[in-house]
Structure formats: C-alpha cells, structure tokens
Design a protein around this ligand. Structure first.
Ligand code: KG4
Ligand code: ZN
Length: 330
C-alpha cells in the first residue's frame, strides 16, 4: 500500500489530503475563500494566490498531524500543476516540489481535470475503465471517454461558457451571490421548470458540443422582463441545462467506444437534479450510473492525491523543474 499527499490550489479552494492506494482518505483539510471573493462577484486571482500562500503550509502540517504521520511516511507528493489561475497553481506546485526535494519522494505534477476524471474511482472501487465521463465544473464542460490513467479521449467540449459558469452567472442575474451553483439549485426547488421559455443551445446539432452563452442571455432577458418569479427562472434554467446535457450525451455516446458506466464529476456534479436526470438517462440505456459524493465533486485535494495514487501504481513521476500550466487540456 502507498500513501500520497495531495495539494490543490488551482482556483479558490486551498486543500491538502492524505490518501492511500487502497482508497482510504487518511486526512483532508479544505479552506474555501468564498468570503474573500464574494464582494467582487467572482474569484480575484491575486487575492486567491495570496490566500493559498498563507494557508497551504500550515494545512499540510495539519493533515500530517491528523493522520499521525511524518512526511517521510508518504510515498509521493502530488499537486495540481494546471489548468487554473497561475498564481495559485504555482503556490501549490512549488510547495510540492520543496516537499519532494526535502523528503526525496517522487513528485506528481497533475492535471486538475485528471483529478476530477479519476475521482469516481476513489469513491467507488468497482468503477473500471473505460467509462463515459461528464466533467462539469466552473471552468470546464466536457464529455470524455476515460480509457485508462492518462488515456482520455475528449468527445465534446463547450464552445463558450462552462456549465458551472452558467450557473454562477444565473445566480448573479438573480442576485443570489457567489458561488452560485448551490444557490440556484436551492431556489429551483421552489420553482416551475416549465414556466419560463428558455433556449436549449445546440440541441440536436450533429457534434456533441455544448454552448451556454445563449441560455445565460435568455435568463438575463427573462429577469429584465419582470414577468417571472426568480424561482421559476432558476428552475427553468436548470431544466434547460439538463435537457442540453442529456441531448449532448446521447449524441456523444454514438461516437464513443462502448462503455457500460456513465460517470459525472466536477463541481456541478454535486447538483442533485442533474444527478437524478443522469441516473434516469443511464438506466434507460442499460448503463450503470455513478457519481462521487458531493464533497469529492467540488474542488478538493483527495482527488489530486488519488490521481497521484493511480500514477504511483504505474510508477510515474515528474521532474522537479516541471512548469505550472495555466492552460492544459486533458
Ligand atoms: O469543480 P469546481 O469546484 O471548481 C472548478 O474546477 O471549476 O466547480 C465549481 C463550480 C462553480 O461554478 C459552482 O457554481 C458549481 O461548480 N457548483 C454547482 C453546484 N455546486 C457547485 N452548480 C450547480 N449546482 C450545484 N449544487
Ligand atoms: Zn475543479
């Protein structure tokens, strides 16, 4: 059995975790910066980088203390090396390099999206390759065929906004604050999903790509018209998003290698309405559906440590001079 220390700092969560190759999360800490960014209605990169720099080192000490371990007992140090806000990514990656250098343990410089993509296998040992993955977060909206560690075939992506971004913008339009996804989901429960006519961008188009910019603009027009309850707008937006996801997934399945499991990951995967719709969709197609628990869907370090565990098992590691990458497609 191996133990990996994972570090996540690519956006506005500072996180550290210790995870074993047999799927035990020995310890994890996560500090959200929501309060620091809320006055600005979105993540401010400079504020995020400073907060990561202040919090990360004591947090790493805390997870080691929680697990009653020393750094020498870890088998590898894994950190997100991109994509993300470069200042924050550098704080995490440089910390991991320093710890790897001091301890002589291998460094794993990981793609944040790989952390999300492999997180279902941390939560559920029975998830085997290949599986079809809907990866929906604040910065990404993709359908991937996950064929092995490091073997990801992208079947679809967004041509404009990510789904989480659409949730956040809808929340802003409705005055729900930041981050918006959970607030929109809560309000949607009180609304009528058929009340507000909203578009389903790209529905029926030949390629399985996503587009959410037009939906967001329609939400703005619906709000400005003054004709609708906010809860109805939230519910109708969420339903339009679900309809788009299911249509695009159905299209992608036609171009993917056969997989018997559908998985959803990324921050938006913590949305219960979306999870429910995906479960029905998969069941109707004879596929199994699985999703990590919500705490493993939003950004966290356990998924990074787990991706490190997967790579450790294959004997991978990265050189200490590896660079952080603000853009890094999976
Ligand atoms: O994966 P994540 O934590 O960070 C990124 O890598 O982007 O995803 C954050 C995104 C935000 O846009 C947030 O509004 C959205 O996930 N989100 C949700 C929910 N919880 C988080 N969107 C819809 N419903 C939710 N319950
Ligand atoms: Zn993420």
């Amino acid at each position: 059995m191996g133990i990996v220390l994972g570090i996540e700092s690519s956006c506005d969560e500072t996180a550290a975790a210790l995870v074993t190759t047999d799927r035990t999360i020995l310890a994890q800490h996560i500090a959200s910066q929501d309060e620091a960014h809320a006055p600005y209605g979105g993540v401010v990169p400079e504020i995020a980088a400073r907060a990561h720099a202040e919090r990360l080192a004591p947090m790493i000490e805390a997870v080691l203390a929680d697990a009653g371990m020393s750094l020498d007992e870890c088998d590898a140090i894994a950190a997100t090396a991109g994509p993300g806000l470069i200042g924050g990514v550098m704080v995490g990656l440089v910390s991991a390099k320093a710890l790897a250098m001091a301890s002589g343990k291998p460094l794993m410089a990981l793609n944040h999206l790989e952390g999300h993509a492999l997180s279902p296998r941390l939560a559920d040992a029975s998830v085997e390759f290949p599986y079809l993955l809907l990866l929906v977060s604040g910065g990404h909206c993709q359908i991937l065929s996950v064929e092995g560690v490091g073997k990801y075939r992208r079947l679809a992506t967004t041509i404009d906004d990510a789904l989480g971004e659409a949730f956040d913008k809808t929340a802003k339009i409705l005055g729900l604050g930041f981050p918006g996804g959970p607030a929109v989901e809560r309000l949607a429960r009180e609304g009528d999903a058929a009340a507000v006519p909203l578009p389903r961008p790209l529905k029926g188009s030949a390629e399985p790509h996503f587009s959410f910019a037009g939906l967001k603009s329609a939400v703005l027009r619906a709000k400005e018209s003054g004709e609708h309850r906010d809860a109805d707008i939230a519910a109708s937006f969420q339903q339009a998003a679900i309809d788009c996801i299911l249509d695009r997934l159905a299209k992608a399945i036609g171009s993917a290698p056969p997989a018997d499991t559908l998985v959803v990951a990324g921050g938006v995967a913590s949305n219960a309405a979306i999870r429910g719709a995906l479960e029905t969709f998969a069941t109707n197609r004879g596929m199994r559906f699985t999703a990590p628990p919500p705490a493993l869907c939003t950004d966290n370090a356990a998924m990074i440590a787990w991706a490190g565990c997967e790579r450790l098992a294959l004997g991978h590691s990265d050189p200490l001079d590896i660079a952080a990458r603000p853009r890094w497609p999976l």
